[in-house]
Write a protein that binds this ligand. Structure first.
Ligand code: KIV
Ligand code: ZN
Length: 518
């Protein structure tokens, strides 16, 4: 029986979050995020959508086998093959959940499903019953609920609860709801769905109007006891309700909400960084709770107040989200493997011996160039090391000549998975353009560069430059990242990373596209 004062956190970073344009996580990256979510004590982790691709089936299976604390959920459309594939993956978990969804709005039913509304109700009932035979814990979502005829949603919910659903989730799929109206919908559901007391009420809010967190919190005030979130608010289009904002609102204002969550908030900061690093989705500086400016005070009056008493201008103690205050431990070229490993442990990274070997070499190289290495450098080294291990095609040599009186020329050599080497030279409008032309010639993956950004990892002229690129390959966006003290090298490696991702994704690509992702 669920405690009525406890709000469960269902995190869908690995499913809806992974649907963010340009994000494609590998199995190892998903497992690492899942472990971080479990350490943060997320109640339910939606690990993926097993029927959508063999890669998703594999990653949900691995997560279900490895994790022990959280409930592991998989998503399934209301069709037998999806429900069975979902069970195949989540059945390995100690506490598995099947999450079935089916559209309830006229616009989806008529134009996407092209089915009769009675038949849709039957599908919902039948697929929840099928899931229930396999798994005790079944969640059902009437997709696009907030644009549906309410009476139809009530009927659908009543029938799926009768068929065995233990959680009913109300999705604001297109981020259309306004808090007041969403609160009313939740109250109406409780008055019109006679068996609602047998299920936990959940909400899943998208952020198209910037209201996902507000709608989720209003839902809590109106009886919801599960909130679906993504770390850093990532997800389809404008994203989902952000985990850190929902959780910290509930924690900061117990006087108002009168409920709590099970989340260990001291893991919020490092989990946010991990998700940002692995997905390649930067966190905007002024993002609530986890943006770099969230605890920075610029105005002299504010700084004065803070030094006298923190609470004058801070409503959250940074330590509560695990943000170190004051001087961070800085490593340098004299630091050994042990010091590096222990700092990586503190930051929440789980690195294998092979990864540590690789990172340690890169660490020494960087420390020689720039002296002091702080946590932001370590983030870049860990994710860079992993990308290099995973990338099948590696940049072996890059040599450029450029200048205001010169024609920029780049020579590039790449090494393929079987050790084969290819080399070419190219000219361009600048060193990055020349390097990109040479790489494209060698890799032979037709693509269009749609975004190129350089950011400094830390302060100082000797800082690493972190390059993020987004390329369009066959209508799909792929992100590549790399950091180096030489930004031309970082640029070349970032493009290589994006093209490697595109190539590894291609076999399952068609299959995934055929499926209509929620
Ligand atoms: O946005 C949505 O409706 C979804 C459902 C599958 C819950 O992601
Ligand atoms: Zn969604």
């Amino acid at each position: 029986m669920q405690d009525k004062d406890k709000v469960l956190i269902f995190d869908t970073t690995l499913r809806d979050g992974e649907q963010s344009p340009g994000v494609a996580l590998g199995v190892a990256e998903k497992l690492e995020i899942a472990r971080a979510l479990e350490r943060m004590r997320v109640d339910i982790i939606e690990a993926g959508f097993p029927a959508s691709s063999p890669g998703d089936l594999e990653s949900v299976t691995v997560i279900a086998k490895e994790l022990k604390g959280s409930v592991i959920a998989g998503l399934a459309r209301a069709v037998p093959t999806d429900v069975d594939a979902c069970w195949e993956a989540v059945r390995h978990a100690e506490r598995p959940r099947i999450h079935v969804f089916l559209s309830s709005s006229d616009i989806h039913i008529m134009h996407q499903l092209e089915k009769d509304k009675e038949r849709v109700l039957e599908m919902a009932r039948e697929m929840v019953a099928r899931a229930k035979k396999l798994c005790d814990d079944v969640e059902f979502s009437p997709m696009d609920a907030t644009r549906s005829v309410p009476e139809y949603v009530y009927r659908m919910l009543t029938e799926v609860i009768d068929a065995g659903a233990t959680t009913v989730n109300i999705p604001d799929t297109v981020g259309y709801a306004i808090p007041e109206e969403f609160g009313q919908l939740l109250r109406d559901i409780q008055s019109n769905v006679t068996n609602i007391h047998k299920a936990v009420i959940s909400v899943h809010c998208h952020n198209d109007l910037g209201l996902a967190v507000a709608n989720s919190l209003t839902a809590v005030q109106n009886g919801a006891r599960q909130i679906e979130t993504c770390v850093n608010g990532i997800g389809e289009r404008a994203g989902n309700a952000s985990l850190e904002e929902v959780v910290m609102s509930i924690k900061t204002r117990p006087d108002f909400f009168g409920v709590s969550t099970n989340i260990d908030t001291t893991h919020i900061h490092r989990t946010s960084r991990l998700v940002s690093q692995l997905t390649g989705m930067a966190v905007q500086p002024n993002k609530s709770i986890v943006g770099v400016n969230a605890f920075r005070h610029q105005s002299g009056i504010h700084q004065h107040g803070i030094t006298k008493m923190r609470e004058t201008y801070e409503i959250i103690d940074p330590a509560v989200i695990g943000l170190p205050r004051g001087t961070q431990l800085v490593l340098n070229k004299n630091s050994g493997r042990h010091g590096l490993k222990s700092r990586l442990d503190d930051l929440g990274y789980e690195v294998t011996t092979a990864e540590l070997d690789h990172i340690f070499i890169a660490f020494k190289d960087l420390a020689d160039k720039k002296g002091e290495i702080d946590d932001r450098d370590l983030d870049a080294l860990v994710s860079g090391g992993r990308r290099e291990i995973e990338d099948q095609f590696k940049l072996d040599l890059l040599q450029v000549s450029c200048g205001n009186q010169a024609i920029s020329t780049a020579t590039v050599r790449v090494i393929g998975p079987n050790g084969e080497e290819k080399q070419t030279s190219s000219t361009g409008t600048g060193p990055v353009d020349a390097a990109y032309r040479a790489i494209n010639e060698l890799m032979g993956v037709p693509n269009q560069l749609i975004e190129y950004a350089v950011n400094s990892v830390t302060e100082g002229i000797d800082a690493q430059g972190e390059v993020t690129v987004r390329v369009d390959v066959d209508g799909r966006a792929f992100v590549g990242r790399s950091a180096d003290t030489d930004i031309v090298v970082a640029s070349a490696k970032a493009l290589m990373n994006a093209l490697n991702r595109a190539m590894s994704y291609m076999p399952g690509h068609t299959e995934r596209e055929v499926l209509s992702n929620p």
